[in-house]
Structures are given as C-alpha cells and as structure tokens.
Design a protein around this ligand. Structure first.
Ligand SMILES: Nc1ncnc2c1ncn2[C@@H]1O[C@H](COP(=O)(O)OP(=O)(O)O)[C@@H](O)[C@H]1O
Ligand SMILES: [Mg+2]
Length: 502
C-alpha cells in the first residue's frame, strides 16, 4: 500500500461553454490534512464531485488506494472510503439526529423493518467517535449550523471513511465553531483519516493544513508545504494579481466636516470623544476589543444614545436618537457580519439593494415603479462590478466579496454623505478584499466621508488616510496612515511601550 491515498491526473470537465477544470492534478497522502484553495468559481467543488461520483470527468483519470479510475460511481467512491461534507451538509432537516446518522446504514443493510434499537446504537457510536454532545432525538432542523455539520461528519465516520472532504466547511461558522471544527479535524487525522479541506481563507489554510494545492481558473497554480507559503504568495497564487497597497491620500477634503463629534461620552463604553471626518477622507478607527470603537460608531448611527456630548452634521448640531434619524441624515452603517445583519440572503440582489428605498419609492408613486428600480439596480451592479448573472439571483449564491458589494450598493443608493464600515472585509476572499479597498478609495475620491473600523491593522493602514487609535474608551492617538506601521499601531492599541501623546 503506497502512502498516496488519492492521485488525480489531468482531469478536465466542462459544462456547456464553461470549462470548469482545464486539466488538474492533486495528490493526497494518507493521514494528511490537505488544503484545496482558490477563489470562487475556480473548480474546487467540481473536482470534488468527480471524485465522489456525482459528475463524470471529460478526460483524465485518478487513483484511489492505487486503484485506477476513469469514472467512479457514488457507491464505489463510498466503498473506497471517500466521504464528502457538502456545503449544505445534505442532512434531512425534519428527521432526528439519530435517524440522520443511521438511516442510510439501515437501508443499506436491506432489512425489511427499521430496527430503532439498532439505529440508536449506531448513532451513539457515531457521535462518541468525535466526542460530539447532542440529543439524538432532536430534529436536525433545530440544530445550529455547526451541529448539523458535526452530524454530517459523524455520519461520514460510520462509513469507515479514509478521506473526508470538506467543501468550505467554515463558510457559515462563528470563530468559536471554527476552532471546535479544527479540533475535530485533528482528531480525525490522529486516527489516520486524510482530510481535504476546501477553503479560500488564508488564515484557515495556515492553521489547519500541512500541504496545499491552489487552483486558479480551473488550473493548478501551486502545490506544496503550507509552511513554505506566506500571505503575499498565497494571494498572488489565488488571484494572479500582485497586491501592493499604499495608504489612501485624499485628493480634496470638504471644507466643513461631514460629521463632528464633541466630547461624546457613553458610560461604560467611551468618554470625551471628539473628532471630525471630512468628505473625501477615509478615517480609520482601531483599538482592541473593548476599546469602545464599535459603541462609538454605533452611536453615530443611532444604535446607542450618548450620555453627553454633541454631534454636528455639516456644521449643524443634530440629535440622532434612533437609526432612522441617522439614515435620514445620510449616514450609512455596514456591520461586520453582513450574513446575519446586513442581507436578506434568499432574496435577489435587486430586492437587497432597493430595500431601504422601497418605502420612499412606494410613497412617492403609490405603486412601485418597477422600471426605475431595475435601472437603478443594474447601474449599481455595473458600477461596483458585482459578479452575478443578473439582478434576480439570490444573494446567498454570491461570493463573500460580492455580497459585501451588495450591502454597499444598498447604502449608496440612499444618497449618503458618511459611510461607516465595521470590519469591511471580514470573511471575504483576498481578491475581493482588495477590490473593496479600491472601491472605498473611489467613493472617497467622489467626496464621500468614510469611517472604517477594523482590528485588521494592515487593512486599516492600507485603506485609510488617517487613523484614530482607541484604548479603554479614549482616543489615545491620531496618526496619518502613511506615517505608521502595523507594529506601531499594535503598540499604541495595547499601550505596550507607549508614552501618551493624545
Ligand atoms: N452544474 C453546473 N452547470 C454549469 N456550470 C457549472 C456547474 N457547476 C459548476 N459550474 C461552473 O464551473 C465553474 C467552477 O465551479 P465550482 O467547481 O463550483 O467552483 P468553486 O467550487 O471553486 O467555487 C464555475 O464557473 C461554475 O459556474
Ligand atoms: Mg465550491
């Protein structure tokens, strides 16, 4: 038995006119965690479906456990120990955990009568393998995404899996759940199981995998030991672009600040905060969690009411008591977790973009002017280069970066003067991250005032012109982005080795 579990040679596959795979190779060793990375649409899922027997390759071949294949059936793939955890986990939501785990096994055994005691035994064994604590009688639809995923992994183990393929398993998980998943993956590895982990997130690839393969546009671009990769190389392989970013330099600033804060205080969060932001600039606000930065910008957006202090918009004192006040004053806020807070995922792009305009438009016209909505939506799709077939595709089918652009478009459709972004590129692939930065620069050049909150320090430096650093509820330093470094910002944020100058 060789130590190569799976070897793929020159696989090609097209769908109509789209060549999804242009001759790819991949090699997975026994017991290794291998990361398959690449931007959305580069062919990762297509390759997985070929290995698992869902699709037939147009040409090429592969070997599993030294046995050569041109095509494989789904049954044979399972018999060879290949299990795929798909993005939707393929679980039956209206059945219990127990039924989900054991039903296929029972059906496969071709018994006439379903034996519930036997099913319970199978299910109990499955969850104990990875120490997954769950009520076996709970219906799967009541489980969290992470729990459904663990159920799917347990089910894979029942088939004596040798290779578990996880297709973007972290897409819908919280950081904590990702950590838990990683420890399950390590446990599987310690039992000799190989993992093919599909992801386009750099930090995950570095943390979990020993070896990697990167696809771009249906082709291999690189493969090797993860330890030999660094951020920039990874980004280059993924996108084929070099990313050298310089801090943003405003072309012109509005005479009057778009927003000024005077001595704002919110007890328990921040105190005596004063600053200006002008049209044409991108102001960064950074600081550790608990520094008060999020509460501060949420105050500007009417989510919190300050205990004291004053806000002026374009030179005039205003009261922002609720979110609708902020919106009517031309302030937009994009939260970090766009997936849960920002978007209506099953709804089309068009609805998501015009949603906050619907009231206005319908009040104005009595009925919705469909045509004007279409024109407006198409203009934004074009303007922000949102990669989608058309305006009616559901937002959940878009990549993270494109979803983020939809959120932006929604705000921009509202005649903004200040756009606040909290963690604008959390969970977004590298190419889209740089696209979003470029977009922000362009918007600022057109006169918008922008505030970016982020704890991603390289990002803060790269996409802003000026930075406020907060610590324990105070602004401790104001600094020009082009005159600072990641190290310095880190020190100011933590207060290590710093003399106060604010
Ligand atoms: N069933 C299909 N029919 C038509 N085109 C498809 C199908 N599956 C994938 N594609 C296309 O093939 C390309 C690769 O898709 P996919 O393998 O899903 O990429 P990834 O998983 O890397 O995001 C994309 O351009 C996609 O639109
Ligand atoms: Mg995919």
């Amino acid at each position: 038995m060789s130590d190569i579990l799976l070897k793929i040679h020159d696989i090609k596959k097209s769908f109509g006119g789209v060549q999804a795979l242009r001759g790819v190779n991949l090699e997975i060793r026994r017991g290794e965690i291998h990361c398959l990375a690449g931007e959305n649409g580069c062919g990762k899922s297509t390759l997985i479906k070929i290995i698992s027997g869902v699709y037939k390759a147009d040409s090429g071949s592969f070997e599993i456990n030294d046995k050569p294949y041109r095509h494989i059936s789904t049954m044979e793939s399972i018999d060879q120990g290949i299990q795929v955890i798909y993005q939707d986990f393929s679980v039956f939501p209206n059945l219990s955990v127990m039924e989900n785990l054991s039903l296929n096994m029972e059906l496969k055994s071709k018994r006439q009568i379903v034996n519930y005691r036997r099913m319970r035994e199978i299910a109990t064994e499955a969850v104990s393998k990875i120490g997954f604590k769950v009520d076996l009688d709970e219906r799967v639809e009541n489980l969290s995404v992470a729990e459904r995923q663990l159920s799917a992994i347990c089910r894979a183990l029942l088939y004596d899996a040798k290779l578990i393929i996880m297709d973007e398993p972290t897409a819908a998980l919280t950081k904590k759940e990702v950590k838990a998943l990683f420890s399950v993956i390590k446990k599987l590895q310690s039992e000799g199981i190989s993992i093919l982990f599909v992801s386009h997130k750099l930090d995950e690839v570095f943390e979990i995998s020993e070896r990697y393969t990167i696809f771009r546009n249906g082709q291999n671009v690189s493969s090797g030991n993860t330890a030999d990769l660094d951020d920039r190389t990874f980004a280059f392989y993924m996108t084929g672009r070099e990313f050298a970013e310089e801090s943003y330099t405003p072309v012109s600033l509005s005479e009057t600040p778009v927003l000024s804060a005077h001595h704002l205080t919110l007890k328990g969060a921040y105190s005596d905060i004063s600053f200006d932001v002008r049209g044409g600039e991108i102001l960064g606000i950074t600081g550790l969690l608990g520094s008060g930065r999020t509460e501060l910008v949420q105050t500007l957006f009417g989510i919190y009411k300050p205990d004291s202090g004053q806000i002026e918009i374009k030179g005039k004192p205003v009261r922002i008591k609720k979110v609708s006040d902020a919106i009517s004053k031309g302030i937009g806020y994009v939260p970090p977790d766009r997936l849960t807070e920002g978007l209506f995922l099953p709804q089309p792009i068009s609805k998501n973009i015009v949603i906050s305009k619907l009231d206005k438009l319908s009040m104005h016209w009595g009925i919705l002017k469909r045509k004007s909505i279409k024109t407006e939506v198409d203009a934004w799709i074009h303007e922000l280069s949102i990669a989608a077939q058309d305006r009616e595709v559901p937002v959940q089918t878009l990549s993270g970066g494109n979803q983020q652009k939809v959120v932006l478009a929604r705000w921009l459709a509202n005649d903004l003067s200040l756009l606040i972004l909290n963690g604008p590129t959390v969970g977004v692939d590298i190419g889209s991250k740089y696209d979003i930065h470029a977009l922000l620069r362009e918007l600022a050049r057109r006169g918008l005032a922008i505030i970016v909150i982020s704890d991603d320090l390289p990002e803060v430096i790269a996409c802003t012109s000026r930075i406020l650093v907060m610590r324990a509820g105070h602004i401790v330093r104001e600094i020009l982005s082009k005159e600072t470094t990641v190290e310095e910002l880190g020190e100011i944020s933590t207060g290590v080795g710093q003399k106060e100058t604010a």
